[in-house]
Design a protein around this ligand. Structure first.
Ligand SMILES: O=C(O)c1cc(=O)[nH]c(=O)n1[C@@H]1O[C@H](COP(=O)(O)O)[C@@H](O)[C@H]1O
Length: 224
């Protein structure tokens, strides 16, 4: 069975991104390219990574007015990533326009509440209430807007999945037991995230920061 791990290649250095992708390619289901990579290498960089033959998750977390996001998604045409992120907080019209502009084969998923935030952070942005409520609110919005799924932490994925049984659930911020947590706040183990209903897992530094990324990917894969 194909691995459900997408490795986050968070680096501006395309040679390093390719080297890690080639080392871990038999132990991951795809690669995630985010802002750091895209700012440095643009669509040509994404195309070069595409040529490695692994599914691509393009994590741009788009968040702007509907017209701008729709046009930005249109401008990505030709890259046809397997997964593309937008921010759920951009609102229903923005989500609808993003989905309408995306290629049919691209899963457009809404980031609900970043895994680097906790409820105190939420309050400082003017949102009272629990992480659970915020994630479910944005899950409903994404579902109503016709998206394919959401991004949330492993803490909320079971409830979100129950709400939206046919949704596609991306869980980042996962850490092997005793793994270094860094800037993440809502963290679970890869196994717990899958048990709770994650469709795919995003794993960055536990693999890319390891002395032996291939071994790290294999070890995480063995826990799933
Ligand atoms: O959309 C994402 O992938 C994402 C959403 C989120 O809420 N939290 C989150 O960490 N991510 C991404 O997932 C990856 C996590 O990386 P590590 O913390 O190094 O495993 C990074 O590339 C983040 O940009």
């Amino acid at each position: 069975m194909t691995s459900r791990i997408f490795v986050a290649l968070d680096t501006p250095d395309i040679d390093r991104a390719k080297a890690i992708a080639n080392r871990v390619r038999h132990h991951v289901g795809g690669i995630k390219l985010g802002l750091e990579f895209f700012m440095a290498n643009g669509r040509h960089g994404v195309q070069e990574m595409h040529d490695l033959g692994l599914p691509i998750f393009l994590d741009l977390k788009l968040h702007d007015i509907p017209n701008t996001v729709g046009k930005a998604v249109q401008a990505l045409r030709g890259l046809d990533p397997a997964v593309l992120t937008v921010h759920g907080a951009g609102g229903r019209a923005m989500l609808e326009d993003a989905k309408a502009a995306a290629p049919l084969g691209t899963k457009v998923v809404a980031v609900t509440m970043l895994t680097s935030l906790d409820e105190n952070d939420l309050r400082t942005t003017g949102i009272e209430g629990s992480a659970h409520d915020q994630v479910l609110r944005l899950t409903d919005l994404a579902m109503d807007a016709g998206l394919d799924g959401i991004v949330c932490s492993g803490d909320e994925v079971a409830a979100a999945h129950k709400h939206w049984p046919k949704g596609f659930f991306v869980v980042p911020g996962v850490r092997p037991a005793n793994g270094h947590i860094g800037d993440q706040k809502r963290v679970v183990t890869p196994r717990a995230a899958l048990d709770a209903g994650a469709s795919i897992l995003v794993v960055g530094r536990p693999i890319t920061g390891a002395d032996d990324p291939d071994l790290a990917a294999r070890e995480i894969g063995a826990t799933l």
